[in-house]
Design a protein. Structure first.
Length: 351
């Protein structure tokens, strides 16, 4: 598709303020060309082994928990956690709240649609709509929370208020526990990562992936790494998340009650590549029901932070020198925002 034609199509889509769900609800049988992903992005590099999947860690697993989380963070950059202390009905209520927002009356929802991504809460479709090689089959509400402050939540929609409250009251303590375990896995004091504000700020994406008439032509979310220190993901039972490992796309099957955890770019940087930020994607939804997910990013990416981040000194030695230069969050954010979502930002800071 020619760039000029793609821009015209993207602008027309954007002006509807109805998102991808609006297209799906219109009854289309062919997806617009602007959503067609490059063939290279749709083709698996190798057929995945049938039994290979990311590790599952039981947080009630006693003395082995730290070892298992450390190993998963080094080899995969992804793992699922069970027995995390958040009841299944609470997680299901979060998913129901996200669905309720996206499935409310279209005209009511349009009031919140924007391409101004500077506010604390906003609804949009495809942040990189005008720059990506192919738009993704997905709509998003973004909710920013700073130390539990969610005053910016769309107060006209009570389900988003409730989701923000749950994220603050339930996911924040879980995130802090995970950072303690990760600190211990690195051989550090359990509070080390918390003390440098890795757990201080949350960004929650309320994702809605409508059924797609041609899931073989597009993606729900293109290949990328996360900008965070750590991401905790709640997903429904539809599936579609895949992790790239050894040039192979591996499915992450939903486990009832489990939460998916992955290492972000910033944690890979400060651990000097000890933990890895793995590339991942979401395939387009080929089912008859929408896919709902809620990734919660622990990151200072969206707010001013005085910290200068670099490889943790205690992890360095003559045999393991620093692989990255020190940086501010603003520097990292500028690079991340200037690249397409499929381009990792970390290599810009390698020494």
């Amino acid at each position: 598709m020619e760039l000029a034609d793609r821009c015209i199509q993207a602008k027309a889509f954007d002006q509807t303020k109805a998102g991808v769900k609006g297209l799906a609800d219109s009854g289309i049988t062919e997806i617009p060309a602007m959503f067609h992903a490059p063939l290279s992005a749709l083709t698996s590099l190798k057929p995945p082994p049938s039994q290979l999947t990311i590790p599952t860690v039981d947080l009630n697993g006693g003395s082995f928990v730290v070892e298992k989380i450390g190993e998963a963070s080094e080899k995969w950059g992804f793992f699922q956690v069970i027995n995390h202390g958040i009841q299944l009905e609470v997680l299901e209520r979060m998913l129901q709240g996200i669905r309720a927002f996206h499935e409310q009356d279209s005209e009511a929802k349009k009031r919140f649609y924007t391409r101004d991504f500077s506010s604390d809460t906003y609804y949009a479709s495809n942040f990189d709509l005008y720059t990506s090689q192919g738009a993704s089959w997905r709509d998003t509400v973004v909710v920013l929370m700073w130390q539990g402050d969610y005053d910016g939540v769309l107060k006209t929609h009570e389900t988003l208020q409730e989701n923000s409250s749950i994220a603050t009251e339930k996911l924040q303590p879980l995130g802090e526990l995970l950072f303690e375990l990760l600190s211990e896995a690195l051989g550090l004091n359990s509070n080390h990562l918390k003390d440098i504000d890795c757990a201080k700020f949350q960004v929650m994406f309320c994702q809605y992936y409508p059924p797609c008439p041609h899931p073989n032509l597009t993606l729900g979310l293109s290949k990328h790494t996360d900008f965070s220190f750590l991401t905790v993901l709640l997903q429904d039972n539809i599936g579609g998340l895949q992790v790239l490992r050894d040039q192979t796309w591996i499915d992450v099957p939903p486990v009832p009650g489990a939460l998916v955890v992955n290492i972000g770019d910033l944690l890979q940087l400060i651990t000097n590549d000890k933990f890895i930020s793995a590339e991942h994607r979401v395939v387009a939804n080929g089912s008859t029901e929408p896919r709902i997910s809620a990734p919660c990013f622990f990151s200072t990416f969206m707010k001013a932070n005085p910290h200068v981040y670099g490889p943790i000194k205690e992890l360095l030695s003559e045999e393991n020198p620093a692989k990255y230069r020190e940086l501010t969050i603003n520097e990292f954010a500028d690079i991340f925002r200037s690249k397409t979502i499929s381009t990792p930002a970390l290599h810009h800071f390698r020494i």
